[in-house]
Design a protein around this ligand. Structure first.
Ligand code: NAD
Ligand code: TYD
Length: 344
């Protein structure tokens, strides 16, 4: 089988490429990535010389390029991770989210139709369901929960999902969609909460917590997400949506304090800063469908997973210090400069 993985130089796509290259030596894994600020070829070092792996740089929204690539490579399966993925960036610059997340998905699906791809898998997010109130811990997102987005990021992901389902119904494209909760683990870009807090706590720097830190996220280890996608590719029913999550809800403040305790750093580093506009209160996945239909079960709970992740960041400083010392330093000043000056 020849499998196209888009966005494989990013966090989750990179972990997925590692899994697939190691697990399926007879399959060909082609990684298509534009190498935006979030893409990093150093993540692929452990697999870059494998005979069943190939990297191609390119834009999923570049139609002539994508069509030519599909004609040449004749992919059997496409797994689309490529996206602009950061909510805060979508608030300052929504346009690129429409271009990559919606238009890019459309281009990949038109190429998949034209060249007879046997499975198109869309990696989506639980953020398409909007948020849940903090005072209703009995509520969870199921696959039937209505789409109800908050941010330009989640709106672009939801739009893409609607196109994916429309391509199945209208053209019979054999699609599946997975909607996962927040991921953490190795190779996550240090603009997202967990690696941001680990790297800044190690440097003894202020830790920006939005609002009161009471927002809840449902954390899943990235390898559990990758295993779920592999399972959906092999056993999932075409045309279906699968939610992925492991019931590991934590407030942001709990997450930050857990990391500080593990690193033996003081809570005085925490700075409560101006809240994110439109900030979703709580995400929580009901994973019953993927558990009962496909037999998926997560291997990590948050306590074991966060310890392993902190160890990874401690043992792989070069990977993230490289990022922090580059262009990303300017991003941090731009995004947080004012917020850190004006604590509520
Ligand atoms: P990421 O930002 O770490 O990686 C995205 C990758 O896509 C990067 O390597 C980037 O270079 C590449 N890319 C961006 N634009 C591209 C384009 N036009 N053409 C080709 N490549 C392009 O993101 P991530 O956290 O690994 O997320 C991967 C996918 O999983 C996304 O679709 C995201 O919506 C979804 N998701 C993420 C989470 C999470 O917690 N991170 C949770 C659920 C779903
Ligand atoms: P993030 O990792 O950006 O993921 P998402 O917005 O997709 O859930 O943020 C996770 C949570 O942490 C979210 O509630 C926003 C919050 N947060 C902070 O409090 N401070 C920060 O510096 C960042 C990046 C996020």
């Amino acid at each position: 089988m020849k499998i196209l993985v888009t966005g494989g130089a990013g966090f989750i796509g990179g972990n997925f490429v590692h899994l697939m290259v190691n697990r399926y030596p007879d399959d060909q894994i082609v990684n298509l990535d534009l190498l935006t600020y979030a893409g990093n070829l150093e993540t692929l070092k452990p697999v870059e010389d494998r005979p069943n792996y190939k990297f191609i740089r390119g834009d999923i929204a570049d139609e002539p390029f994508v069509m030519a690539l599909f004609e040449k490579e004749k992919f059997d399966v496409v797994v689309n991770f490529a996206a602009e993925s950061h909510v805060d960036r979508s608030i300052t610059d929504p346009g690129i989210f429409i271009q990559t997340n919606i238009q890019g998905t459309r281009v990949l699906m038109d190429a998949s139709r034209k060249y007879g791809v046997k499975r198109y898998h869309q990696v989506s997010t639980d953020e398409v369901y909007g948020d849940l109130p903090l005072d209703r811990p009995d509520l969870y997102f199921t696959e039937e929960t209505p789409i109800h987005t908050s941010s330009p990021y989640s709106s672009s992901k939801a739009s893409a999902d609607l196109f994916v389902l429309a391509y199945h119904r209208t053209y019979g494209l054999p699609v599946t969609i997975s909607r996962c909760s927040n991921n953490y683990g190795a190779y996550q870009f240090p603009e997202k909460l967990i690696p941001l807090i680990i790297s800044r706590a190690l440097a003894g720097e202020e830790l920006p917590v939005y609002g009161k830190g009471e927002n809840v996220r449902d954390w899943l280890h990235v390898s559990d997400h990758c295993e779920a996608i592999d399972l959906i590719l092999r056993k999932g029913r075409v045309g279906e949506v699968y939610n992925i999550g492991g019931h590991n809800e934590r407030t942001n403040l709990e997450v930050v304090k857990t990391i500080l305790r593990a690193l033996d750093r003081p809570e005085s580093l925490i700075r409560f800063v101006t809240d994110r506009p439109g900030h979703d209160m709580r995400y929580a996945i009901d994973p019953t469908k993927i558990e009962t239909e496909l037999g998926w079960r997560p291997q990590y709970n948050f306590d074991t997973g966060i310890r392993q992740t902190i160890d990874w960041y401690l043992n792989n400083r070069e990977w993230w210090e490289h990022i922090i010392s580059g262009e990303y330093a300017n991003y941090f000043d731009k995004m947080y400069g004012k917020r850190l000056e004006t604590n509520p």
